[in-house]
Design a protein. Structure first.
Length: 260
């Protein structure tokens, strides 16, 4: 399928999703929402895809909501409508699909990520960031809104409450070096190494048993809200599922043959 706001390709089991509205720093509009939902369903269902990379065209990763489109909605005769419903029907499904799809997603943050663009990056399982890129979480406060699309959950879980509050109010531009120090990204590299690094990680993830990686993703996400007792029980359940896969038996046998 051809997309208007995205570029999509699959190379040897690795899907590359490129947000492609560079003239507006890849800001979300209605077309992009529809196309992202479609492409994420494709990644989820395509057995040939083992891992996905999300990045942006041009000099930005994603600037969040296209405010021109938001203003157009406000000027409609029926009024602004429900921003809550807009979140529930557009942003929230995207974030949940990234988190709930068992295949891993890598954010290759090539430039600025602002507003919901930050949430898109943080919803991915691994994040590599250009040393020239930045996060702008306080874009919401500047237009009299609060962070959404999961940012009020991701930020305190990854960086702690005090840093989350600071990022959402006082920091105009959270540089890559501080994002790394705060645990918001896994690596910071020169701009020309963002995609090669993401590709290297994707190659290594692709070499692992996909079902085991997917179950690990489920276990870690649940553990963010579980007690230790709940996590122990859930681990036992998922370990039973993993142990029934052909890949588990094959890899145990291969390990024993190598040791012998």
């Amino acid at each position: 399928m051809a997309y208007e706001t995205l570029l999509y390709e699959v190379q040897e089991g690795i899907a590359i999703i490129t947000l492609n509205r560079p003239d507006v720093l890849n800001a979300f509009n209605e077309q992009m929402f529809r196309e992202l939902q479609d492409v994420l369903r494709t990644v989820e269902r395509d057995e040939a895809v083992h891992v996905a990379i999300v990045t942006g065209a041009g000099r930005g990763f994603c600037a969040g909501q296209d405010l021109t489109e938001m203003r157009a909605r406000y000027e409609q005769p029926e009024g602004a409508g429900s921003i809550g419903e807009h979140l529930r029907s557009r942003y929230n499904p995207l974030i949940l699909r990234l988190r709930n799809t068992e295949k891993p997603f890598i954010a290759a943050i090539n430039g600025v990520a602002a507003g919901a663009g930050c949430s898109l990056a943080l919803a991915c399982d691994l994040r590599v960031m250009a040393e020239t890129a930045s996060f702008v979480f306080n874009a919401f406060a500047k237009i009299s809104l609060i962070p959404d699309s999961g940012s009020t959950w991701f930020l305190p879980h990854l960086a702690g409450y005090a840093r989350a509050f600071e990022a959402a109010t006082l920091i105009d531009r959270l540089e890559a070096s501080r994002a790394l120090a705060w645990g918001l990204v896994n690596a910071v590299v020169p701009p020309d190494q963002v995609m090669p690094t993401a590709q290297e990680w994707a190659d290594r993830l692709r070499a692992l048993p996909g079902r085991a990686v997917g179950l690990l993703k489920r276990a870690l996400h649940r553990a963010m809200t579980f007690t230790l007792e709940q996590s122990l029980d859930y681990e036992a359940h998922l370990q039973e599922v993993a142990a029934r896969t052909p890949e588990h038996r094959e890899r145990v046998e291969a390990f024993l043959r190598r040791r012998g």
